[in-house]
Design a protein around this ligand. Structure first.
Ligand code: FNR
Length: 369
């Protein structure tokens, strides 16, 4: 029996992911002043020990005000490098590709960490709580909703500073040893806010037409690609649709993917939503896979990653086997079952290499030890 495609390696530039089951970036709201801790080391290592092909470290702020909450990871100063370096070297020990998602929260910044959700009326984090109410900015001065601060409209000077912050964070990610960086252009954070006509009402060269709304992303990608080593893969994650009439949609995503290929982007993560509370999301297993497939069919030069309610081994395998995407990215199922890669191999009777300390887990018969 040939190896199911989900367990076949995927080569991107000079890097090979040993399988196509990848850990989706997930904010852990467990950093102080942007610094990673032993929690992050243990958290990310568990997936590497248990066979994940690639791990994307959570959204990491390129500036302090680019964090979502006061407890998000950061890469805005050199002191952040060492902690991340320790994580990367651990992931490499287990043959996993180590990536990091670099991000700016835009108008969704200065909110409380997830652990405090439901304990109070508003998501807004005050200055006393470590937030930055006076320094929330976005393409236009429109709040996401009443739970968020109203941002200030960015000046051109601020736009250039944010682009430079992405470049600086990229250089630091390189120093930390990451193999992959992903630019977070999804879920209603700053770069997505520029793309979508719902959040971008600018009248200068960064707003209006498709070309103008994509300018921020394209310029940032170009500057990042210029300092990121040629042999290293560059990922972008988008919300392929806003799920709102008149918003960013899947045709826009295909058009953007074509531009990103020209800029040297290798992989497009196809998530959705997060930019407008009017969104109507038809949730069901694998509900976002269609967007990865649409990009893959129209822009075969870019690898696509499907994400969203992928919880079963057979389901994940079918997505790849039927060429619906090149890889799957899994978030919540990895929190429930950090061994999702191994349990899938076990379920599908696939003999992959297990980390030697866990090798016994492969045995199916009770008495075979
Ligand atoms: C997320 N998600 C997310 N996405 C992203 O691009 N950057 C991030 O930092 C986070 N943070 C985050 C934290 C937590 C706790 C969860 C559960 C999710 C979204 C995530 O990567 C994924 O796209 C969605 O969760 C859908 O996939 P699942 O959970 O259905 O596999």
């Amino acid at each position: 029996n040939p190896l199911p495609k989900i367990f076949q390696p995927l080569k991107i530039r000079n890097y090979v992911a040993k399988n196509r089951m990848w850990v989706s970036p997930m904010c852990m709201y467990s950093a102080q002043d942007g610094f990673s801790t032993d929690f992050h080391l243990a958290h990310y290592s568990q997936f590497a020990i248990r066979g994940a092909g690639l791990i994307l470290v959570e959204a990491t702020g390129v500036l302090p005000e680019g964090r979502i909450s006061p407890n998000c990871l950061g890469l805005w100063k050199d002191e952040h490098i060492d902690g991340l370096k320790r994580i990367v070297s651990h992931l490499h020990k287990y043959g996993t590709i180590a990536g990091i998602q670099i991000a700016h929260s835009g108008r969704k910044g200065s909110t409380i960490p997830l652990q405090l959700y439901g304990t109070r009326d508003s998501l807004r984090a005050s200055s006393e709580e470590g937030g930055w109410p006076d320094n929330v900015y976005a393409p236009s001065a429109l709040p996401y909703n009443n739970d968020h601060y109203t941002p200030k409209e960015m000046t051109i000077d601020q736009i250039k500073k944010v682009q430079q912050a992405f470049v600086n964070a990229t250089v630091r990610a390189e120093k930390a040893g990451f193999d992959v960086i992903e630019l977070h252009c999804a879920h209603g954070y700053l770069l997505h806010e520029f793309l979508s006509p719902l959040s971008n009402k600018r009248t200068d060269e960064y707003g209006g037409s498709f070309e103008n709304r994509t300018r921020m992303v394209i310029e940032t990608v170009r500057k990042v690609r210029a300092v990121w080593l040629q042999e290293k893969p560059l990922f972008v994650r988008v919300s392929a649709t806003d799920w709102v009439d008149g918003g960013w949609n899947s045709d826009d995503t295909v058009a953007l993917a074509k531009l990103l290929v020209k800029e040297g982007v290798d992989v497009l993560g196809c998530s959705t939503a997060g930019n407008d509370p009017r969104q109507k999301i038809p949730l069901s297993p694998g509900y976002q896979v269609q967007f990865a497939t649409k990009v893959k069919e129209n822009v075969p030069e870019i690898c696509t990653v499907a994400v969203g309610i992928i919880t079963e081994g057979q389901q994940a395998s079918d997505i790849i086997q039927n060429d619906k995407a090149d890889a799957v990215s899994i978030a919540r199922q990895f929190l429930r079952n950090p061994s999702f890669v191994l349990s899938t191999a076990h379920e599908l009777n696939v003999n992959i290499k297990w980390n030697n300390q866990y090798e016994r887990g492969k045995l199916k018969t009770k008495y075979s030890f």
